[in-house]
Structure formats: structure tokens, C-alpha cells
Design a protein around this ligand. Sequence first.
Ligand code: AMP
Ligand code: ZN
Length: 274
Amino acid sequence: MNIEKKILQTIKKYKLCNKKEKILVALSGGKDSAVTAYLLKKFGYNLEAIHIDLKIGKYSNDCLKAVKKLCKDLKIKLHVYDIKKEMGSSMCYLRSTIQSKPGRNKLKNCAICGVIKKWILNREARKLNASKIATGHNLDDEAQTFLMNIFKGSPKLSSNIGAITRNISDKKFISRIKPLFYVPENEIRDYAKIHKLPVIYEKCPCALDSYRIQIRKFLEKMPNKTKQNIMKNFDAIYKKIKKVKNSKIKYCEICGEPSRKQICKKCELMKIHK
Ligand code: AMP
Ligand code: ZN
């Protein structure tokens, strides 16, 4: 099945979005989110885009340029969130400050960046009246995460996996959708190249999570069918995982964003004391 059919099928099967709502595509500058935007636009969805400029030197400058060109070509309105202006410093600085706190030195770069990006995306999507946030997560990403959770002995963490966020329903929480959930990475790369999308192929210089790299290398050697089979296992057990994690949503005492605890993950990380 080609990539376009696969996405349409995923949208239909999981009721990811409809043509009346506003979807905010989270563009990183990479191929996955660019293909997500390209195809949602092609299918006639109502799109705007957001890019978080993380200010990680030349890498971020190149990403910003690529995203601007893509949005211009596709006629998508782009919102740029400048992390230095909004949060006072670059992602590298924020992250190293967090990692320098006692007990935090083992936190992975990508985990910290991921928490902060999710916080920003939810808040900005709400401000822009979007009802969905679309990201470029693909089959390889999801199979990696699912396997990592199994190998870590934390299968419950997999309740966050899925083509649409499903265990949080709150008016302040904007659902995240992953139209490329069942599309292998190599098909996305080929598609981006064939359509000459302006994208950055290099990885973020801070993505040094050795465990994920190890799992990625292991999965890279596997045929796409195997990755699909891994996610078939996930599909089969996800309802059971969902039940375990269905806790009530509160609002963070510091920032007011939806959270499972009194203080959200982002504010917990950024607290000065502790
Ligand atoms: P990553 O966590 O870097 O693998 O990225 C996963 C998805 O998050 C991407 O496909 C994008 O949709 C989104 N994303 C990552 N980085 C950014 C960014 N700097 N700005 C906006 N969205 C991003
Ligand atoms: Zn908070």
C-alpha cells in the first residue's frame, strides 16, 4: 500500500481529524513532519503550522529556514515560537540547567526536550484555537518506543503510544495525532525526496539517548513487516494498558496547564529548588 493510502486509512480508522477543525502541524524541519504537512494539505485539511526554534546553533537555523520554505511553498500559515524570547534561554541552556540539579543528571536530553516541546505545543495550539496537533512520529519511532518500554520493564508507559492521544480528555488538553503512525521511515524519506520537500536530513546534535540509538540500530536491520508486527502486538494489548493509566486530569499549580499531578512535568523539571 502506498504512503498516501496508508495515511488516509489511519485517519479513517482512528478518526484522527476532520475537515472542519483547525489542525496545527508541529514542524521540526525534518522529513517526517514535512511529509505530514504536505499530505494533510493535499487531502484538504485546515492547517496551520508551528515551529519551535530551539536555538541549537546552526542546526536550528537550518531547520527554521527549511520550515519557512516549506510553509511558503505549501501556503500554510507558520507560527514560530522562539524559545529564547519566550522562555529566556536556548534549549541547550535550559536542559543543562535542569541536568545540573541533584538527582537530575541522568535525565536524557531528548526526554527533557520532549517534555518542554509538548508543553509549548499544547499551550500554543490552544491559543491558536486548534483542536488537534499533528506530529510526524512514524512507525519506526513508535516501534522503538514500544520496545524500549518492554525492555525497561515499563509496559504501562506505552499507554502514551497511539495514532491519537486517547487517555486524556480535558478542555485544556489538545489531542495529538500521528498520521504517519503506520508508515516506515524509509518510505517517508523516499516520499520527501521524490517531492523535493525542503527538509533537513541531519539528526538533532543533542539527540544522544544511547538506549534509543541502540534500539533504532537493532530495528533498522529488521524488515518493515517486523516493525508492523511489533505494532500489531501493541494494537492487541493497548486497551488493557489504557485502563491502567486512566487517571484524572488536574491543572498545574504553577502554569495552569493540564497535568496528572499537582505540578506538571515541565514545571517539575524547571523548579529552581530540588
Ligand atoms: P522528535 O521528538 O524530535 O522525534 O520529533 C517528533 C515530532 O515532534 C516531529 O515529527 C514534529 O512533529 C515534532 N517536533 C519536533 N521538534 C519540533 C520543533 N522544534 N518544533 C515543532 N515541532 C517539533
Ligand atoms: Zn506547569
